[in-house]
Design a binder for this molecule. Structure first.
Ligand SMILES: *Cc1c(COP(=O)(O)O)cnc(C)c1O
Length: 452
């Protein structure tokens, strides 16, 4: 009998997040104030975030306990299943064992609800009743809408214009949960009006939408706070629930991964599954290969520069030391919307820099090819973002087929692709381009990275 699903007893749902900060192999370069370029002070963040999250952003506590109300909300969909991809292994004819954590079962359809719930909660207990944010493909906006609705809060989502028009069902999904969805750039902010005046036909970008959402919070005199779905330390912290559960599930069947894989946009889902295992590598000397997978059209970790840069186009966010393609980089229109970000989480950047983790980049056609192989074997339609992790897992399994190695491969299925069928359609009709980032863009990016 094949044990396809390794389920965790709900009573064993981890009740603390793992904080990688004290375990990092080198000191974390401090975030810098966007105006003064001096190290950021916690009070610089109070206009945007509630105290609970500001504290987590810089916390050196090894574990941070998960509040009861967050645990309650997690129980709506956690623990998520760990699955053994027997059918995919068979289809590949590999001696490797392939496991994946299925985050697509969350009501938001992705891992992003793990942090959305926590962020809504810490705002709520700080007396905040309204959050503002940006969304690209709509995944993060959906997650925050659900979380705000669960805690009885208002939510305004600046949605990148191209998605706003091309993904009407993501928009209605957010509206179902009571969110107000605004096409970005918009007339609601100074920055949006400026962009519209200069570039009336722009498709918008995540960087522009972030600037708009931050402006709304910054101008609200403390009434509205801002929420970010990836990149920041507290976001990665909340996602470690994924890896903690996976570890318990793997241990329950006597398994340990040799390879841990995740797709990487801002870095949160990859960090989520990987960090609890990174601790074993750093502290116990376990030999584990950690692979972040990104698109060749937005190759932040594989070809970006390790430097201080802004998180948004309008230069309003603090500067983080990260891998970056430059804050005004606008990636070409690949279908993995969640992977189209110019930068990456500073913790992840540091671990790549130190050689603890590594990154690879893939073309979108090879990712869709992997997605179909996976879908037909496992009966789950993966998100185009998650298809990057699947591509890499398949490649690792095929290497084992050549060498005869019986590696244990674990990857994160960050979300399902039910709202991405137009992307699949485009692939079916052979319309996708294998977009590669031009070297001249990377050279130019250096110009838009501030000299610090
Ligand atoms: C947002 C998203 C990603 C990319 O974000 P990370 O912070 O890198 O995890 C990946 N997969 C899915 C399904 C997403 O929604």
């Amino acid at each position: 009998m094949n044990n396809y699903q390794i389920l965790l007893d709900p009573a064993k749902l981890p009740d603390a997040w793992y904080n990688i900060m004290p375990d990092l192999p080198a000191p974390m370069p401090p975030p810098l104030h966007p105006g003064t370029l001096q190290p950021l002070k916690p009070e610089d963040l109070v206009a945007l975030f509630p105290p609970g999250l500001i504290e987590q952003e810089a916390s050196m506590a090894p574990m941070i306990s998960i509040p009861g109300e967050v645990m309650d909300a997690y129980r709506m969909f956690r623990p998520t299943p760990l699955r053994r991809a027997y059918r995919l292994e068979k289809a590949l004819g590999t001696p490797a064992k392939i496991f994946y954590k299925n985050e697509s079962v969350s009501p938001a359809g992705s891992h992003k609800l793990n942090t959305a719930i926590a962020q809504a909660y810490y705002n709520k207990i700080a007396g905040i009743n309204e959050l503002t944010t940006e969304t690209g493909a709509g995944q993060w906006g959906t997650a925050l809408s659900i979380a705000c609705s669960a805690f009885g809060m208002k939510c305004t989502v600046f949605m990148v214009r191209v998605s706003f028009t091309q993904k009407p069902y993501r928009r209605s999904l957010m509206q179902t949960f009571g969110a107000r969805v605004v096409s970005s750039p918009s007339n609601e902010t100074n920055y949006g009006r400026k962009v519209l005046a200069e570039m009336p036909d722009t498709t918008g970008s995540l960087g522009i939408a972030i600037t708009e959402a931050i402006e709304v919070a910054a101008m609200s005199e403390g009434r509205i706070k801002y929420s970010l779905g990836s990149v920041l330390n507290h976001v990665l912290l909340h996602q470690t629930i994924i890896g903690e559960e996976a570890k318990l599930q793997m241990e329950s069947i006597g398994e340990e991964p040799d390879v841990v894989i995740g797709c990487c946009g801002g870095g949160s889902n990859f960090a989520g599954i990987a960090f609890p295992y990174v601790q074993d590598k750093l502290r116990k000397g376990k030999k584990i290969d950690f692979i972040a997978v990104e698109p060749k059209a937005c190759p932040t970790l594989t070809r970006g520069l390790y430097a201080y840069d802004f998180g948004d186009t309008g230069q309003m966010t603090p500067l983080l030391k990260q891998y970056t393609l430059g804050h005004d980089f606008v990636p070409s229109g690949i279908h993995a919307g969640g992977l189209r970000y110019h930068g990456v989480a500073a913790q992840l950047a540091l671990l790549c820099k130190e050689g603890v983790m590594r990154a690879v980049a893939c073309h979108q056609n090879e990712c869709f090819e992997a997605a179909l192989l996976f879908a037909r074997a496992e009966s789950i339609v993966p998100a185009p973002e998650s298809a990057h992790a699947i591509r890499c897992a398949i490649d690792e399994a095929l290497k084992c087929k050549e060498t005869g190695e019986k590696k244990t491969i674990l990857f994160n299925l960050s979300g399902h692709g039910h709202f991405d069928m137009t992307a699949y359609d485009a692939y079916f009709s052979g319309k996708l381009e294998d977009l590669d980032l031009d070297q001249s863009v990377i050279d130019a990016a250096e110009l838009s990275i501030p000299k610090v």
